[in-house]
Design a protein around this ligand. Structure first.
Ligand SMILES: Cc1cc2nc3c(=O)[nH]c(=O)nc-3n(C[C@H](O)[C@H](O)[C@H](O)COP(=O)(O)OP(=O)(O)OC[C@H]3O[C@@H](n4cnc5c(N)ncnc54)[C@H](O)[C@@H]3O)c2cc1C
Length: 456
């Protein structure tokens, strides 16, 4: 039984939802159709206003052994925010203030429910940059940290882990704790902050964060390089990285999916030639530096059989290209059974693509691919017709196996969540999983926080 009366006393009656039809959007996230977990029947949605209320909710839940499912923007793709047991969905949406942009330390202090879009806008208005860009700007600060999100611009400034300098957290037993702060160095004991980053809501509820900012680059340019062959496109990526330039992003996308995404947005994909494209974003302190980087990259791509190179300099033009790349998944969502998230050492990315091609040939099917090529991270797309043909599980398993054999992992950025537990058993080692279980028990002795996520 969920203690609805006590929840109402804590947050106020207006902020507790008990009617099923009013909570539908809190029972799902962006997990792919073929692997989406089913929400439980008896769920209550609670929207606290601050960490004190969250502390009271967690103390109550811990006492009464009620599962609690922290929820950010609901853009996660591994079922992390889906309440799979009867319990409480704890939505962070009312913690939506940017508390400070510290221009002297180049940091922003944001509550957990602030969206990525709002962070980017606020820091750009203040003259800074928050380069991280996973595809959906509706993701919230807490969710980005809980998932250690990455996305399209991780090559130069790294993944979310690199941005987080301090956290306010409410532990499952109700204590409110501050970890880290406006610090670039902090070597005080075991690093609990980095344990919480990527913990997908199983160790604590993140309520506030201190995030690092960067100065705004004087200019950016976006190259769209086209190839007739996807192997050639992907194999160029390590060569660009070895050339000494560190772009903000090197993304990979196929022509057919780019056109569908552009149409979905009412835009036009600017590259007419080729079957596969690299989207490369560079930043520079001067126009000269920008041009020199574009020229160097363009030369490397020509040497590897690129058929066309387009350079976008206008802000709107670059934003449209990024939007088209960002909406690829959304535009094909209805036919995606699963989008894998394999990451391999960056120099092995061409080999991974070769293996995917061989698997597609063996099963007489096609496997569209997009992804963060510069990070060695590809998203092979398994469409619903693989399920209809009865080859979904086999193809999925063979791609995981291929990635693993190339020194890779089953998830580069989306996490284990609730959808990759079987694969984690298969490809994770037992000792590490045992340690993770022990850590979970220390943080959450009652196992109330997001049960069934990352570990069984
Ligand atoms: C179109 C699209 C493109 C995407 N592209 C990328 C990409 O390129 N790279 C990438 O990494 N991801 C990508 N994602 C996935 C997603 O945006 C990220 O995982 C994001 O970090 C999820 O944030 P959220 O606020 O939506 O979290 P939710 O989906 O609400 O939750 C995700 C997990 O975090 C936990 N959580 C949420 N808030 C908190 C909190 N305050 N405290 C503790 N735990 C919490 C939840 O319990 C859950 O386990 C994409 C998603 C979409 C829909």
């Amino acid at each position: 039984m969920i203690n609805v009366e006590e929840l109402r006393r804590i947050v106020g009656g207006d902020w507790v939802i008990t009617e099923r039809e009013q909570m539908e959007s809190y029972l799902v996230d962006e997990t792919y159709l073929g692997v989406k977990p089913k929400p439980a029947d008896n769920v209550v949605v609670v929207k606290p206003a601050n960490s004190e209320e969250i502390s009271k909710i967690l103390k109550l839940a811990d006492r009464e052994k009620t599962p609690v499912f922290p929820r950010g923007g609901g853009t996660g793709q591994t079922g992390g925010a889906i309440p799979t047991e009867d319990g409480i969905v704890l939505s962070l949406e009312r913690l939506d203030k940017i508390e400070e942009i510290d221009k002297e330390n180049l940091m922003v202090v944001a509550q957990a429910g602030v969206t990525l879009g709002d962070v980017i806008k606020a820091v750009e208005d203040a003259g800074f940059s928050f380069p991280l860009h996973p595809g959906d700007e509706g993701a919230q600060v807490g969710g980005l940290i809980a998932c250690n999100a990455a996305g399209e611009r991780a090559i130069k400034h790294g993944v979310m882990r690199g941005y987080v300098k301090g956290l306010e957290v409410v532990f499952p037993t109700g204590e409110i704790v501050n970890i880290g702060g406006k610090l670039l160095k902090n070597n005080t004991g075991l690093d609990l902050m980095h344990l919480l980053i990527g913990s997908q809501g199983i160790l604590g509820v993140i309520t506030k964060a201190v995030l690092r900012l960067y100065p705004r680059a004087a200019g950016n340019a976006t190259l769209v390089v086209s190839y007739d062959d996807r192997h050639e496109a992907i194999s160029t990526v390590p060569k660009i990285l070895q050339s000494g330039i560190i772009p903000l992003a090197i993304e990979y996308m196929e022509h057919a999916e780019a056109e569908v995404s552009a149409e979905h947005l009412g835009l036009k994909w600017p590259a007419a030639k080729g079957k596969a494209h690299l989207i490369i974003i560079v930043a520079g302190v001067s126009e000269d530096e920008l041009y020199s980087q574009c020229e160097q990259i363009s030369n490397v791509c020509q040497e590897h059989n690129a058929v066309d190179t387009l350079i976008a300099e206008r802000r709107e033009e670059q934003a449209d290209i990024l939007k088209i790349r960002g909406e690829v998944y959304a535009s094909m969502k209805a036919r995606v059974a699963d989008g894998l998230d394999v990451a391999v050492p960056p120099a092995n990315i061409g080999r991974l693509m070769d293996e995917i091609d061989k698997i597609a040939q063996r099963y007489h099917t096609t496997i569209p691919v997009f992804g963060h090529a510069g990070d060695g991270n590809l998203h092979p797309i398994l469409t619903v017709d693989l399920q209809e043909k009865g080859i979904f599980k086999e193809v999925r398993g063979e791609i995981y196996e291929a990635g693993f054999n190339l020194g890779g992992v089953i998830t580069g950025e989306h996490g284990i969540g609730k959808t990759k537990l079987d694969e984690f058993d298969l490809y994770g080692d037992e000792k590490s999983r045992g340690l993770m279980k022990g850590i979970k028990k220390l943080f959450d002795p009652g196992n109330i926080l997001n049960p069934g996520t990352i570990i069984r």
